[in-house]
Ligand binder design. Sequence first.
Ligand code: TRP
Length: 330
Amino acid sequence: MEAKKLRILTGDRTTGRLHLGHYVGSLKSRVELQDVYDTFILLADIQALTTHFQNPELVHVSIFDVAIDNLSVGLDPSKVTIVQQSAVKAIAEMTVYYSMLVSVNALRHNPTIKTEAKQYGYSELTYGFLGYPVSQAADITFCNADLVPVGEDQLPHIELSRKIVRKFNDTYGTSIVEPQAKLSEVPRLSGLDGNAKMGKSLGNAVYLSDTAEEVAKKVKMAVTDPARVTVSIPGNPDICNVAKYHKIFTPERYDEICSQCRSATIGCVACKKILINSLNTLLDPIRERRAYYEAHKDDVRDIIVTGSRKASEIGDAQVALMRNAMHIAI
Ligand code: TRP
């Protein structure tokens, strides 16, 4: 008999289209994981509202954009379950039950909450924003996910989820699965401007939905070794941002490009041309799938609705179990 597949759940906030940083850090590995694990992909629209409640139009279009980003990189809707967070009522209900088990102080000290609060310039935190890690614990555990593929910034949230589950199980005698993080091994992709992070809000991102021309334009603007003001001056790939990109996106020619840079036999313009080509070669099949889904928005909607319905059934069963265990089912 075939062993039961472990379940993974991961997701993205629906606050904008996904970019190359997301691709390198998580989307690419999702494509491989879908064949090995029972895969759930969450469109985290409630979590999106915690920071973007004043921009509901963006959150709305991003539900589709992020779903299409996931599908266009090669996630197969016949293999994975794509779930809209707000469509799964069990997540909201579980969030309330879990909230009894978490202290406000633990949330205040969560390093990711602190970083994000600073990033958004919040002087005061809303209840929803401060509490989103609790909601994320519900995201992960409504379906008893075993593993959660995430980047390092999400580790405090997974740790909190584990604590909540342990406390719930200890208190009520349930056996909700304690999830484990599956850390992405890929270092964070820097922005084209040299900023340590490629970010939607930082204006330095290459989107999976960018056209070939947009990619070319962005790469041409990218910062390189600032000391290399003319082609005849040898460059230093160790400090060049474009070289970092080649390492990831042109690995087979990385050494050659670096040595040509050091000996000033290739200039930044030619070097960038190679990168533009690498990125567009990677993005072309993604663009092709995107074009299909953009032209078949009803299919995308069906995929999300079907996935969310399946998730709701699973979540409802989980909630029923929890209500029984808490003695509030009558
Ligand atoms: N917090 C995650 C992010 O900002 C998104 C997310 C929401 C998530 N719910 C999740 C990730 C559940 C993993 C599991 O990227």
